[in-house]
Design a protein around this ligand. Sequence first.
Ligand SMILES: Cc1ncc(COP(=O)(O)O)c(C=O)c1O
Length: 389
Amino acid sequence: MMDFLNEQLESLKKAGLYRALKSLRGPQTATTIIDEKRVLQFSSNNYLGLADHPRLKAAAQEAINNYGSGSGASRLICGNLELNEKLEGKIAKLKKKENALLFNTGYMANIGIISTLMGEEDVIFSDEFNHASIIDGCMMSKAQTRVYPHKDMDALEDLLKESKQFKHRLIVTDGIFSMDGDIVSLPELVSLAKQYECMLMVDDAHATGVLGANGGGTGEHFSLEDKIDISMGTFGKALGGFGAFVAGSHMLREFLINRARTFIFTTGLPPAVIASGIAALELLEMEPEIRAKLWENVGFFKNGIKELGFDTLNSETQIIPVLVGDASLTMQMGEMLLKEGVFIQGIRPPAVAQGSSRLRITIMATHARGELEFALKALEKVGKSLGVI
Ligand SMILES: Cc1ncc(COP(=O)(O)O)c(C=O)c1O
């Protein structure tokens, strides 16, 4: 009765789109162990190296000692440990907002926020490269969704002009685009949102901790924090932990507590996770040099990879795509790099558009100069042997 699963798996294999899990050993550091082999890690979103930071580990251990391992229930039942509000206060400060609300994952935050705020009489404008969780949030909202070509402000304006009949309007975008590493055109979006009376939501999953003088994200980078109505971010990437948040007005928080199903019907985050989030935000403030090191590494690596002649699209950040095009060739390149001792994950449809498969390189503050050079040499060797450069 379930043979259709096998048929579908076989067709994925034929198309070069089959996915299998890789098992890693040890913490998320600049090197990792895959299949008993130590390799350089260039696929992790642990951009600042905090996932293995002694302060985060100590904070998590202390929270387990004080509060135990689980939160026991959803926050509205009895799982609202005081740590939640402490972390929410710190997020609000970083994002320069009145308040914040934790969600268990970025995926749950996006589907919860978007599907709760927007309904049948509303319209959402969404960049075509937005993350899958935004796309799913739009689908679940029952609102009309208008997808505009990536960062194409003229096309967006054309769509906005046709939106008078809707009750509420929302523009939603990634801050740093997760597969391309470019930054949203926030000033232009802000002025369009004002002109056409739209709410503006930014998903700063990849920008929080990375962009802006204090790691506040895209809003801080452009000094436009106050123009973002709904500022979403995650702890699983630069902040080295797990979980997510939305920062905005007190009213937004209150509304989501009362209506967002992905907040209401789920167990609160475990104490160790919340405590590591608090430690991460403290560290952002105390050690800005970690962020400076990340940008130094990004600059060095980007020069090197461009000199080699790879197409890195419009990357401006620590996420550096290497465009290959064909899905199977991309995966072959990834496997060859792994043999050379460098782990770079290949990205294929549906995560990116057909014909735009790529290697997604991520730079961390904890990469040593020699490790960056080693990866560049491996990329040169493999890229040349496959005719990619
Ligand atoms: C832009 C973006 N938004 C949201 C998410 C989801 O966050 P989480 O991993 O916390 O579910 C991700 C990645 O996972 C992402 O890249």
